[in-house]
Design a protein around this ligand. Structure first.
Ligand code: PHE
Length: 460
């Protein structure tokens, strides 16, 4: 089909399909896979979570990934520009996505910074004696529970600044030499390190019970709407959907690029990594339960932050060869985190370039510096931990659902771009989505809308 007006200007592009796939996987595979997924699965019925998760992936994750890639590729722009080309009044939807990306960047770096510190702590097992106290008192320097202090904490601040410096350098190197290279090197490295970790975890005593806990379905949990909301939320977050990131990355593909087949590679690659991480984490938890002589289901402290920074260090301290395991685990978190972080910042920077005509590097560096300052002020102090939870609730559970619905509503319902986008996909891709795809996207949007209402009422 003919290209829409206004989409002829030159745009940076990936060096090839593989580079795009690796970058998209780099965005998708992140802290969400290692740090969020196992905890979500654990809190939402363990094995029961796998069923809604897979359903969410097939019914929402993949169809919306196709949609986002199609919009970015056809309308060749960052989220606001592409949405504006979809419909003049839809530009705001793109800015909404950009705003969420910006917020994610602020706290994502904080966790990467923690992981950097823990990577180094692993060599001497500094956290071994009492990981919970070490994390809260020695590392974060939290006061009494509930108290908040605004003094900067050097142990948090220094790695945070270091992460920002590295990030700004990568952004300044540009799409090709920075973003693309980071992913081309980082993702294979991550797969190898993580593979080693999982194999090692599976050899621990009690690993089998841990893995069993992840995969034993508890069908009664399926009746709980919160479990479904969590599953859809996890798939969206994990695939970086409805943040305008996949849209932006697709806009850097050459005109005649296959969209759907690489999309499937990204979606299944991401979920495979996620399930692999789940297996690794649960095998490790099985070992912990075994050590404590209790069932995996009776373990405590398995939500995101606690899981990675308290429970894991506890296990690492008890296992033979814990130093290496610890370094590989936290090293993986850093790499996985950086490749996702770069993608959100690229989405923000690209939006500013498109809007104000800024030079790509200048805009990337400006975004990096402004984010760095806000992130250091917001999270370099002990308030960070409290903010983190609030931000995750609002941006990743509520904001993202609203963002997805808004994107679908604007492009398909109000601007009536359904058949155009479907034809676009069919024209450039080997694997052609049929009407079933459009029906799914529409149904999912309605479903998300009802989730949004449900979630808002529980949060407010
Ligand atoms: N997908 C990333 C993860 O799983 C997080 C992310 C969300 C990255 C949104 C970019 C945009 O950790």
């Amino acid at each position: 089909p003919a290209t829409p007006p206004g989409t002829h200007e030159k745009r940076e592009h990936w060096s090839g399909q593989t580079a795009f796939i690796l970058a998209a996987i780099g965005s998708a595979v992140g802290l969400g896979n290692i740090w969020r997924f196992p905890g979500q699965a654990y809190e939402n019925g363990g094995g029961a979570f796998m069923i809604p998760y897979v359903i969410a992936l097939l019914t929402a994750g993949i169809p919306i990934l196709f949609l986002e890639n199609a919009i970015g590729h056809r309308f060749r722009g960052s989220a606001p520009l592409a949405m504006r080309r979809v419909a003049r009044r839809a530009e705001g939807v793109g800015w909404f996505h950009v705003a969420i990306c910006f917020v994610i960047g602020l706290y994502y770096t904080v966790i990467i910074g923690w992981a950097v510190s823990y990577f180094f702590f692993s060599f001497n097992l500094d956290y071994a004696e009492d990981p919970a106290t070490f994390f809260a008192r020695d590392f974060l320097q939290l006061g009494e529970p509930g108290t908040v202090s605004l003094t900067f904490v050097p142990s948090v601040l220094i790695p945070l600044v270091a992460v920002w410096v590295v990030t700004i350098v990568i952004l300044a190197l540009g799409l090709h030499n920075g973003v693309e290279r980071l992913n081309v090197v980082g993702i294979p490295l991550l797969v190898v390190t993580f593979g080693i970790l999982v194999v090692r975890a599976l050899m621990l005593d009690g690993a089998a019970e841990g893995v069993e806990a992840l995969f034993t379905p508890d069908f009664s949990a399926l009746r709980d709407p919160q479990v479904w909301i969590a599953a859809y939320g996890q798939v969206f977050f994990s695939l970086s959907l409805a943040y305008g990131v996949m849209l932006t990355y697709a806009s850097y593909r050459r005109r005649r690029s296959n969209i759907t087949a690489p999309g499937l590679v990204v979606a299944f690659g991401n979920s495979s990594f996620e399930i692999l991480a789940g297996v690794g984490v649960f095998a490790t938890l099985g070992f912990l339960a075994h050590q404590q002589g209790i069932a995996v289901a009776d373990l405590e402290g398995l939500t995101g932050v606690q899981l990675s920074f308290i429970t894991f260090p506890t296990v690492i301290a008890q296992m033979p060869g814990g130093q290496i395991f610890g370094a590989l685990f936290f090293g993986s978190l850093v790499v996985a985190g950086l490749t996702s972080l770069i993608s959100v910042l690229q989405a923000v920077s690209s939006a500013l370039q498109d809007k104000f005509g800024w030079h790509p590097r200048g805009s990337a560096v400006a975004v990096g510096i402004v984010s760095a300052v806000l992130s250091v002020i917001g999270f370099g102090t002990t308030t960070g931990l409290f903010l983190l939870d609030v931000v995750d609730q609002w941006s990743n559970q509520l904001g993202i659902v609203a963002g997805a619905v808004a994107m679908i509503a604007a492009s398909l319902w109000f601007a009536g771009r359904s058949s155009e986008l479907q034809r676009h996909l069919a024209a450039v891709s080997t694997l052609r989505p049929g009407r079933g795809w459009l029906i799914l996207v529409n149904v999912v949007a309605l479903l998300l809308l009802s989730m949004f209402v449900q979630k808002t009422t529980t949060l407010i």
